[in-house]
Ligand binder design. Structure first.
Ligand code: C2E
Ligand code: CA
Ligand code: CA
Ligand code: CA
Length: 275
């Protein structure tokens, strides 16, 4: 321990400096990307199982980086949240998502992801209201996806914010259901419209009885509370048959369609209607 003392200290200090520098670079890069408009929304189709038709899409953020290529949101959203850029980025997503919805047929809905950290700032409700107005899109065509962490710690402020969003006429979905803190108490504290079953349960649904039972229980719970259920991450026709058999209302996943640029999504829904 003694020999390690000072040397280790210098080593850590060096490493810490290097890491801080790397992070500052990444942060500047992100800021740059925002001002240079390197972000895009991709759209992944959502198939309604009752009508067996695509009735919506989830907007998923992409960063088209000039050197690093297409970067997926899990690689930069956490950084945006840490360095305070999520409000700006998140507002852009809301505006762009509404703008896209306005360019799609009136029976197609668009789901937009919100970071829990967007709830920490005032102005979220104003941002959404402005985006709705700017785009002229019917509010009921917009769904906001939040995760359970928004409602953690009995957060009354966030529940109030959700109520205000709900009053704008948009719908609210609870994303990644089953993976979070799994307190069911919040389910009736706010009137959600939809639960999205996390893809991890769908991935295992055919080979793990436990996953199947969890999907079954979530569908039962959701339906008895008057909510609709979307199964995420459906990759095969067997999985589609399974979630359909369990009573899921809609599905999303590579088997239905990958996330794609808006123009491709417009072509895809046009084709599926025989247009
Ligand atoms: P999420 O909201 O759960 O979105 C679904 C993710 O699953 C997407 O990853 C999608 O591409 C992927 N996915 C869809 N179908 C399948 C499938 O069949 N199999 C597998 N293995 N994956 C599938 P993506 O686009 O990389 O996004 C990752 C996460 O980043 C999202 O998870 C969401 O939490 C976050 N995110 C994406 N866009 C936004 C955004 O605009 N704002 C915020 N705050 N978060 C976003
Ligand atoms: Ca989502
Ligand atoms: Ca509602
Ligand atoms: Ca999800």
């Amino acid at each position: 321990v003694k020999e390690m003392g000072r040397g280790t200290y210098f080593f850590y200090e060096k490493e810490l400096n290097a890491r801080m520098q790397a992070r500052r670079r990444a942060e500047a890069d992100l800021r740059d990307g925002l001002s240079r408009q390197q972000f895009e929304l991709y759209f992944q189709p959502i198939l309604d199982l009752q009508r067996f038709a695509v009735t919506g899409a989830e907007a998923l953020l992409r960063w088209r980086h000039p050197e690093r290529g297409m970067i997926s949101p899990s690689d930069f959203i956490p950084l945006a949240e840490q360095c305070g850029l999520i409000e700006q980025l998140g507002s852009w997503v809301v505006r762009e998502g509404c703008r896209a919805a306005a360019q799609l047929p009136a029976d197609i809905r668009v789901a937009i992801n919100l970071s829990p950290m967007q709830f920490d700032r005032p102005g979220l409700v104003r941002t959404v209201a402005a985006a709705l107005e700017e785009s002229g899109v019917e509010p009921s065509r917009i769904e906001l996806e939040i995760t359970e962490s928004v409602l953690l710690h009995d957060n009354d402020v966030n529940v109030a914010t959700l109520d205000e969003l709900n009053d704008l006429g948009v719908t609210i979905a609870l994303d990644d259901f089953g993976t979070g803190y799994s307190s069911l108490s919040y389910l009736h504290r706010f009137s959600f419209d939809r639960i999205k079953i996390d893809h991890s349960f769908i991935r295992d649904i055919l080979r793990n009885e436990g996953s199947l039972m969890i999907v079954r229980a979530i569908v039962m719970l959701a339906h008895s509370l008057g909510l609709v259920v979307t199964a995420e991450g459906v990759e095969t026709d067997e999985q589609l048959a399974a979630v359909r058999g369990e009573g899921c209302d809609s599905v999303q996943g590579y088997y239905i369609g990958r996330p794609m640029p808006l123009a491709d999504f417009q072509v895809a829904i046009g084709n599926s209607r025989g247009a």
